[in-house]
Design a binder for this molecule. Structure first.
Ligand code: C5P
Length: 285
C-alpha cells in the first residue's frame, strides 16, 4: 500500500517561562522553541475507515488512542469530514517523556503525511487546528524552525533562525511529571523569569552567544533536590567542555548545550557519556 515517510524533529526550549494558571486546566506560557536534527521516522499508510494504530520500536508506548500520533490522525479525518484510517509506524530515536516533544513531533508528522496522502486537502490553518487538538506542542512541531510560543504553546510567532550550531542532548537517569512541575510552580510565591526580551533581541541580531547566555527554563527551579543536582551536574559538564549555554528542555529531563564548534561538541558528548544514560549529538535546524 502507498505510504508517506516523514522525519519528525525534536524540539528544544531555548527558554521556558510559566506566566500563570489559566483556569482551563492549562497554563499561560512564554517559550522560545527551536527544532533540531535528532528525529524519529514516521511512516503513514492509509487504512480502512475507523482503523487507527501506531506501532513503534518501544514496547511501552501505547498503540491506540492514548498515542498522540493516533489522536492527530483522528483529528485530521474529523477536520476533513470524511471517514478514514491510518496505519502509523514510528521509529523512535527521540527519548520519550524527555521534554523534547517527541510525541508531539510524531503527531505533526502524521498530519503532514496524511495531508500528502490526501492530495493536500487541508490548508495550513486547518492542519494547525488539528495539531492543537492533538496537543499543546504539536502546532510548533508542525511549523519547526525558531519560534516564540505563547498561550498554551500554540500562539506561534516565527523568529529569525538561530545561527546553526551543534547541540549535545543528555538524558539524566530520572523523569519528571509535567502536571506535578506545574503544580509546584503554582505553589511558588516569588519566581525568577527568563530574559525573553533579551533572548528575542539576541536572535534578531544573530548573536548565538547572546542567545546561549539567556537560556533558562523555570521548571529547573522546582525540581526535587536530587533531580536538580543531576541537571546542574550535566549543565556544568557541558559548560566546562565549551558549551555556550545549557538548560533543561520542556518539563525535562533532557538537558542540552549549544556549541559553536563541532570539535567541542564531540568532546562534550564523550564526557557526558560517562555520566548520562543516553547522549545525542545533533544540529539545530
Ligand atoms: O496539551 P498537552 O497534552 O501537551 O498537555 C499536557 C498537560 O500539561 C496538560 O493536561 C496540563 O496539565 C499541562 N499543560 C499546562 N499548560 C500548558 C500545556 C500543558 O498546564 N500550556
Amino acid at each position: 500500500m502507498s505510504g508517506v515517510t516523514i522525519s519528525a524533529k525534536a524540539k528544544l526550549n531555548l527558554s521556558l517561562d510559566v506566566l500563570g494558571p489559566r483556569g482551563d486546566g492549562f497554563h499561560e506560557l512564554r517559550m522560545v522553541m527551536q527544532s533540531c536534527t535528532l528525529a524519529d521516522e514516521v511512516r503513514v499508510e492509509a487504512a480502512p475507515a475507523g482503523a487507527f494504530c501506531a506501532r513503534t520500536n518501544r514496547s511501552y508506548i501505547p498503540t491506540g488512542d492514548k498515542n498522540v500520533a493516533v489522536k492527530a490522525a483522528r483529528a485530521y479525518y474529523a477536520a476533513l469530514g470524511v471517514p478514514g484510517g491510518a496505519e502509523i509506524t514510528i521509529t523512535k530515536r527521540i527519548p520519550v517523556c524527555a521534554g523534547l516533544g517527541g510525541g508531539s513531533s510524531d503527531a505533526a508528522a502524521v498530519l503532514r503525511a496524511l495531508n500528502e496522502l490526501n492530495g493536500g486537502a487541508l490548508d495550513e490553518e486547518a492542519l494547525y487546528a488539528a495539531a492543537l487538538e492533538a496537543g499543546s506542542d504539536v502546532p510548533f512541531c508542525l511549523m519547526g524552525g525558531t519560534a516564540l510560543a505563547e498561550g498554551r504553546g500554540e500562539a506561534l510567532t516565527p523568529l529569525p533562525a538561530l545561527p546553526e550550531c551543534e547541540v549535545v542532548i543528555c538524558m539524566p537517569g530520572f523523569s519528571c511529571s509535567t502536571p506535578e512541575l506545574f503544580k509546584r510552580i503554582d505553589a511558588r510565591r516569588s519566581r525568577c523569569h527568563p530574559d525573553t526580551a533579551g533572548l528575542l533581541s539576541a536572535l534578531g541580531s544573530g548573536d548565538l552567544r547572546g542567545v546561549a547566555r539567556r537560556m533558562y527554563n523555570v521548571f529547573e527551579d522546582v525540581l526535587e533536590k536530587r533531580a536538580a543536582m543531576a541537571v546542574n551536574e550535566i549543565k556544568m559538564l557541558l559548560l566546562d567542555n565549551g558549551a555556550l549555554g545549557a538548560a533543561m528542555s520542556g518539563s525535562g529531563s533532557a538537558v542540552f548545550g549549544l556549541f559553536d564548534s563541532a570539535e567541542k561538541a564531540a568532546r562534550a558528548c564523550a564526557a557526558a557519556k560517562g555520566v548520562c544514560r543516553e547522549v545525542f549529538l545533533a544540529r539545530t535546524g
